[in-house]
Design a protein around this ligand. Sequence first.
Ligand code: MN
Length: 318
Amino acid sequence: MTTYIIGHKKPDTDSVVAAIALQFLYESRDCFGYKNPQAVITEAVNPEATFLLNKFAVEMPKVITAEVITAEDQVILVDHNEESQRLDGLNQDQIVEIVDHHKVNLNLNQPIFMTFKAWGSSSTIAYFLMKQNDLRPSKTLASLMLAAILSDTVGYKSATTTAKDKEVGAELAEIAEIGDVEAFTLEIFKAKSDISSLNDEQIVKNDYKIFEFGSENAIVKTMIDQLETVEQEMVLTKKKAGLLKAMTAVKAEQKVKLLFVAITDILKVNTKLLILSDAEKEVAQKAFGGIVENNILDIGSKMSRKKEIAPAIEKALK
Ligand SMILES: [Mn+2]
């Protein structure tokens, strides 16, 4: 019997690191009687998470499919809760706990343990849970958890950042013996921005979420991809034509009604949306104001998909 600890589809640093942190917690403390806690992932991680696990020489969690989860196994969701973000085919009756910092969209048949906090990262919550249990992460784990917080909060610049993230970040930096957090942040940003290994289609699908907006009888499946980069200008000039072409293909493949690609400059704190067709143009202009020019809409300092971009689009579709 295994207790799988699993993050969302298209795993990012926070979802992988928070799962590793919870595995350490449940191995060290018998909180809820879980057997054989094991951090796993839904699919291969992004270049940033790969860079960080390599840097700190931590083994990549295994990719699993729903087929390997047997009837007696248990599942802990971390860094997500809604069905569209979960491992395909996961039996939701096997979920025993959720640790998350996203909007809740749940309808389960069984009572479960839940820790939801409106903080900037799931790793902040994982550290909070460790502290509750008098547990201190190793230097390596603290480094990864700090990286996850810095990644999810975009170096404490995202609107999702809270005082708790900064407080926990400072404690983790001390345990990790990372003196120059700014330099560490830049290193993470560079890894985040490294799209050299990705083709246009992979960029459009690098960090996306599919939402079901609209009303119950008129659901508008909306895909929002985000590229956090230090090279926004280059992406929007040299790569624009290729990305728009890839967006057409991905939109058809994912069977979504709307597809937005947000190109976020994490140093300048600015997001520009790539607008594919009139359908997206109408919704984006309603959501953010401004005028789409040459398939681009500048939405200013909004960087958080969760807190700023997705809610504005959802509202415009109501
Ligand atoms: Mn997260």
